[in-house]
Design a binder for this molecule. Sequence first.
Ligand SMILES: *Cc1c(COP(=O)(O)O)cnc(C)c1O
Length: 425
Amino acid sequence: MNNEMYEKLGISSAVAEFSEKILDKLKSRFDDIDRIAEYNQAKVTLAMQKNRVSAECFAGSTGYGYNDRGRETLEKVYADCFNTEAALVRPQITCGTHALAIALSANLLPGDELLSPVGRPYDTLEEVIGIRESACSLREYGVSYRQVDLLPDGTFDYDNIAKAINEKTKLVTIQRSKGYQSRPSFSVGQIGELIAFVKKIKPEVICMVDNCYGEFVEMIEPSDVGADMIVGSLIKNPGGGLAPIGGYICGKQSCIDRCAYRLSAPGLGQEVGASLDTMRSLYQGFFLAPTVVAGALKGAIFAANMYEALGFRVVPNSTESRHDIIQAVELGSGERMVAFCKGIQAAAPVDSYVSPEPYAMPGYNCEVVMAAGAFIQGSSIELSADGPIREPYTIFFQGGLTWYNAKLGIMMSLQKLIDGGFINL
Ligand SMILES: *Cc1c(COP(=O)(O)O)cnc(C)c1O
């Protein structure tokens, strides 16, 4: 793009030139991402064609939502695309945590044990499981929890996983994305190996994968390598930025039936649940998701290469393969985190005029800074960044509905760091 337009956006020619230099080296990485996106686009399109998606599917329903053809077809589309027997995809699932809570509480009974062989789960699940005490946690209902931490190099501790599986072990939960931890995210291949290991010891155990932030990053999903359930949020990858709400659970019919009874009521299951006015955006978002995820991945790789070149530690690093859309940058100080977030916010299409400031948030022992100028509240498939203001002062960056906007956000973050006197080019 020409410098005149960059100038209008508030980007100096030095930042523009530095960015182009970084991008020059990324051509083949971006080609790989495009190949994956094309493949995933074909998967989604085929699933829609096979299930005869038509204009009627977008009409929506009200009240009980009996015979909602749009909802039923969308669930078949998800099931086919993710290669599972069944799917539960609904606006009644309020977020990713809710989808995971449904999947767990529907398939675990008093006396059963839940095992996480990949260390501590995502923060919000601590209360669902009862690691942190909470009313209505699984623990309160008599479901016990066991955890095997990863080895220091981030790989699976197979010896201790084998020891942890016992007669009570009913469900194994595997989180694909690192979330806001510093461990690596897992490839679908690695997850497949872990599932095979668990099933060899105890074939009847249910393997569930928290697939948040992972959808469409690779050509296969954990459900292609033996997962009995995969679970995620529609305001992340599979909603493609258009879904205004929702979550999904795809998997074995026997597991999904139970999830549907848990979500609505025993006996009712998938038969009820009006789709209201959400159907068109859920379909259209799913259709766009492979492209949106590709844009977010390009942004993450661009950010990794830019900030690594500037001397910061980045996770994943500039050359590593990608298994989710999150990019962590260790900025080393709170002031730099705030400047980075101001840049991301300034590049947003919505609320670009506000300036992020650190604030205290429930559940954290320190202040948190966040940047998000999103069409959908809290949507993290849209350009966003956040992080707790504490050692090692890491900002987590993700999303961007288009590659060009993600690129602008990253350039703007650098501009703000330069303007603040934190970096010299
Ligand atoms: C976002 C996320 C969740 C929770 O999703 P919410 O929609 O925020 O409730 C769970 N697990 C992982 C790995 C996530 O990234």
